[in-house]
Design a protein around this ligand. Sequence first.
Ligand code: NAD
Length: 236
Amino acid sequence: MLTLTCFEIMKIVVLTGAGISAESGLGTFRDKGGLWDEYKIEEVATPEAWLKNPELVLNFYNERRRLNNLANPNQGHYALVELEKHFDVTVITQNIDNLHEKAGSKNVIHLHGEILKAKTEELSEKHYPISGDIYLGDTGEDGKQLRPHVVWFGESVPLLNTAIDHVADAKIFIVIGTSLNVYPAANLIHYTTKNCKSFLIDPNRVQTRVKNIEMIYEKASVGVPTLVNKLINTYK
Ligand code: NAD
């Protein structure tokens, strides 16, 4: 049982993956029928793919953006907004969709980028809001081709250290809907301190070497609201 001193607002860090958006109609990558059944990672989500066939890469992400625009948050996303009303919550998401923001979450760190932003091949810090398709020939202010603001496999993760600092500060760490197969994001779970209580919500068994973690075998739409209610009733 965690103890709190008076007036301290407990810091809760949440790590989400594709699974939290599955019930909103956005496919995960590794589940049966997931995106990697349809596409090969190396053909659409790597710098090499971009050099070889940028049109295919743009089409793949244009399709992701169209689906994102049609999707709505589910009870899992909304429960995290409720959590924010009671605790100091930071959501670290591996997702490129904007469903946490659409639900109303305020502190969201997109480790792997955002589908509703573009940047140029120059990889400058400048990001362009984008809600429609990107085509070959679309350029940024530097005259270079626009690409999605997404971290591809093999690229560095600029927000990793910020995410690590949040996890190291957490009193409660909640992992939702990630196979913990994509690194370095999967390593975040190892940065919790020994006083931190951790939970993992996923309908399927997720392999992890972390021992002190409470497994909740539920879909996000059920498991997240249940855990959020439990945390509010226990600590508020
Ligand atoms: P993953 O596909 O590897 O794993 C998804 C996990 O979600 C699995 O463990 C699965 O059991 C679980 N899951 C399935 N349905 C669920 C549900 N209803 N509720 C809770 N959990 C459920 O996804 P990942 O670990 O996030 O890694 C894949 C990478 O692909 C990430 O980098 C992510 O950015 C990217 N991705 C993003 C989106 C998105 O933005 N919505 C979609 C697909 C992939």
